[in-house]
Design a protein around this ligand. Structure first.
Ligand code: ACO
Length: 400
């Protein structure tokens, strides 16, 4: 039943590249990755240096505007973030439309998309100033929306942002403050959250970034394009992997599988070792290295011991010494240790992909901008190799 004529014709003309593993979909000056050597640089600066020295807002400005900000530029942008951290009261009703205990990723993607309705003047961005304003609104409001979605899921009153607090400190305040009671996160907690966001800020043409670029290539507005990225991030093979790692480790801890039994199931392809493997990295993911160190430090500084960390180490050791993983060059990726940090911060598992989305937002915005600024880009529209039935007649209902 296959239309050989069409298949032969297309096969001769088209490159068949399932999953686009060998297709360069665009030219980009934002992020460099060398997967064989385990190198990641944003605008030329190694991720290890950004992780050690940069704040999240500086990293975001580097990705989006192309260079690290001066003191004045950073202060001015911080001012814009504070100015735009509140949500329009009309937007608050959107939260009521979701079931209690609903998925925070659904709330995040819907409310981010709806932002366009409340800022119609930014649907068609015409100037660098308008772009800067849209960027500030998104980066500032995403953290308010994320924290509100968490509090809504617990039936707690919303905690409004405090313009005097730094980006990460303000987020923790909106998540965990209780009315009339002082709340002060530790320095270690704020530093760990900053690091988490910095290492997630961009990773070139991953699935959610490519989605944002694809949607943006139709000239869809920034809010809608970013919202589509959040949906792409949701799946467990991408941004959902950090939650899947915790689920996997919890099941192992509960005695459901021993490490060897679990790895045997992975090798029989009945299970996947979550937090391992990457389309580009065939070596240690540099972000996993940074996060592992940060998770160790955080647990040490807070005096909290997390049995899942021990389970993760045991699993990593066993996998790295196993021929199945060695021959396929499967190493821990960014998600293997990020969940341990989020747990230590008191963030529940259903918020993990939301945390990833807050971190990845600067990358999505930078790529949307590159896609829309570059006059040489075309609408993204891959081709296919048709494998369906050949031409056949319509059969009337009474003859089927
Ligand atoms: N566990 C077990 N086997 C794996 C894993 C894994 N985590 N990852 C890849 N493999 C195997 C594949 O089954 C395949 O084996 P085969 O040659 O016998 O068929 C081989 O390694 C090559 O893998 P592909 O599926 O071709 O790898 P791909 O590039 O398509 O997928 C992905 C990359 C999705 C990240 C994959 O490694 C995976 O599913 N990992 C687990 C989920 C995860 O951690 N995702 C987060 C990625 S990082 C991020 O999004 C921030």
């Amino acid at each position: 039943g296959i239309d050989i004529t069409s298949l032969e014709k297309d096969a001769g003309l088209l490159a068949f590249d399932p999953g686009y593993g060998n297709t360069g979909s665009c030219q980009s000056a934002i992020t460099f990755v060398d997967g064989e050597k385990g190198i990641l640089r944003h605008r030329g600066i190694p991720i290890e240096q950004l992780a050690e020295k940069s704040t999240f807002i500086e990293t975001a400005m580097l990705l989006i505007f192309g260079k690290l900000p001066s003191l004045e530029e950073r202060a001015a942008f911080r001012g814009l973030l504070s100015e735009h951290e509140l949500l329009h009261e009309g937007l608050l009703h959107h939260f009521d439309g979701f079931q209690p205990g609903g998925q925070p990723m659904a709330i995040l993607s819907a409310v981010i998309n709806s932002l366009g309705n409340y800022h119609p003047e930014l649907l068609e961005i015409q100037s660098p100033d308008e772009f800067r304003l849209a960027v500030a609104k998104l980066i500032s409001k995403v953290r308010t929306i994320a924290a509100f979605s968490y509090r809504k899921s617990l039936g707690l009153p919303f905690m409004y942002p405090d313009p005097n607090l730094s980006y990460c400190r303000n987020f923790l305040h909106m998540m965990f403050s209780v009315p009339n009671r002082d709340y002060e996160p530790t320095k270690a907690a704020v530093a760990a959250l900053t690091l988490f966001l910095v290492v997630h800020a961009d990773h070139e043409q991953n699935c959610s970034c490519s989605t944002v670029r694809m949607v943006g290539s139709t000239k869809a507005n920034l809010f809608a394009s970013v919202s589509s990225g959040i949906c792409a991030l949701w799946g467990r093979l991408h941004g959902g992997a950090n939650a899947a790692v915790i689920q996997m480790l919890t099941e192992m801890m509960a005695g459901r599988y021993k490490v060897k039994t679990f790895l045997d199931m992975v090798k029989r392809k009945e299970k996947r070792l979550m937090g391992f493997g990457h389309r580009v990295y065939k070596n240690f993911d540099p972000r996993a290295k940074v996060l592992k160190k940060a998770a160790d430090n955080l647990l040490l500084e807070t005096g909290v011991s997390d049995p899942l960390m021990d389970a993760a180490l045991e699993l990593q050791e066993a996998a790295l010494n196993d021929d199945y993983f060695k021959s396929r060059k499967l190493y821990p990726n960014v998600d293997f240790y990020s969940g341990i940090i989020l747990r230590a911060l008191g963030i529940p598992v259903n918020m993990f992909p939301v945390m990833f989305a807050i971190g990845r937002l600067p990358g999505w915005i930078a790529h949307w901008h590159e896609e829309n600024r570059d006059v040489a880009t075309r609408i993204h529209r891959p081709r296919q190799i048709y494998t369906g039935p050949a031409r056949r007649p319509y059969v009337p209902l009474d003859q089927r």
